[in-house]
Design a protein around this ligand. Structure first.
Ligand SMILES: [Mn+2]
Length: 341
């Protein structure tokens, strides 16, 4: 395990400047050794691929950009949570992807995420284009006893069978919902809509009866109610829920750095709130996809991706789903409370 803060700590300094030292997510320790994931709560995995986009490439640069934009450790003032202090987080580096070899990259992403899951940690995958949704769920689903629900925030359905090629970033949920314990009945797609509407995707979503909450649905019922509906559907008869956050679910005005920007999406505040409400029930993994740094301005898209991860981690800690508060509770449960005795 490499601690990027080591040289600063040696001088008696508790922190390093954000721009200096090894580039890891929020300055967290770095390892590529799966044996070092034992006892870790969360492992960050980069999936730097964009071979499978239907429009503008650039998402291959996102893991580095999100790491560079990642917030310095510290507490969330309103939530009174210091997620990175209460969790054991490591940066597990990037999956060993191969450019222009989508099959090899897919296998590499699946294998790297599987190492995290097998170690008992929660994977947080920094895409990459949305094609990574399929290898990510494939790595996780076999390790869940029952069903896995999927909550997917996006302007696009990404559920068509093929789009020139069957592995494109417009197809991950077609393949993922073919996994026996990730059925379409537990897939919720939120924020969908706009002029890029995919006819083949709409057809598949209707045939498979996935739950689609359009951006207008969310606006009409409000973020709280939308989250309530999503949780109810995704968790129905399920043992775990996977969270997929496409940054283009947010209005193009706030996320210029994405391949298929869509005007009229969620406000960043709404997206973060939605993510926090969803994370309250716990997650088995998360991905942030479609950040494309070459089109970004002042790192604002990468910053939002970083905040999305931080808000989810903070919620998991605050709700006792992960980290030291959960461990303390487990100790209490093990010791037995008086009324159980
Ligand atoms: Mn999208």
């Amino acid at each position: 395990m490499v601690d990027p803060l080591e040289r600063w700590r040696a001088l008696g300094l508790p922190d390093k400047p954000d721009y200096a030292g090894l580039l890891t997510y929020a300055g967290m320790p770095y390892t590529q050794d799966p044996a070092e994931l034992r006892g870790v709560d969360v492992a960050i995995v980069g999936a730097p691929v964009d071979d499978l986009v239907s429009d503008r490439p650039g998402a291959r640069f996102a893991p580095r950009a999100i790491r560079a934009a990642s917030c310095p450790p510290g507490p969330h003032l309103e939530a009174k949570v210091d997620a990175l202090a209460e969790l054991r987080v490591v940066d597990f580096g990037d999956a060993p992807v191969v450019p222009a070899a989508p099959e090899a990259s897919r296998r590499a992403i699946e294998a790297t995420v599987r190492q995290v899951v097998e170690a008992g940690a929660i994977p947080v995958v920094l895409g990459g284009d949305h094609s990574i949704g399929y290898p990510d769920v494939r790595a996780i689903a076999p390790h869940v006893d029952g069903r896995v629900g999927i909550i997917h925030l996006d302007r696009h359905l990404d559920i068509q069978e093929r789009d020139m090629d069957e592995r494109m970033h417009t197809t991950p949920w077609f393949h993922a919902t073919n996994i026996p314990n990730a059925p379409p009945a537990n897939l919720v797609q939120m924020g969908i809509g706009g002029w890029y509407g995919s006819r083949p995707g709409v057809k598949v979503a209707r045939e498979r009866e996935t739950t689609v909450l359009t951006i207008t649905d969310i606006e009409e019922v409000g973020v709280e109610k939308a989250a309530e509906v999503a949780l109810e559907v995704a968790w129905k008869d399920a043992d775990a829920v996977y969270l997929s956050f496409d940054i283009d679910s947010v209005d193009a005005g706030f996320v210029p750095g994405t391949g298929s920007p869509e005007p009229g999406g969620l406000l960043p505040r709404e997206a973060l709130k939605l993510l926090r409400l969803i994370a309250r029930e716990g997650i088995c993994g998360m991905e942030v996809v479609e950040v494309a740094p070459p089109y970004d301005v002042s790192d604002m898209t990468a910053q939002l991706a970083c905040r999305a991860v931080m808000d989810v981690l903070g919620t998991l800690v605050a709700e006792g789903k992960l980290g030291s508060r959960k461990r303390e509770q487990a100790d209490v449960d093990e010791a037995g409370s008086p009324d159980q005795a």
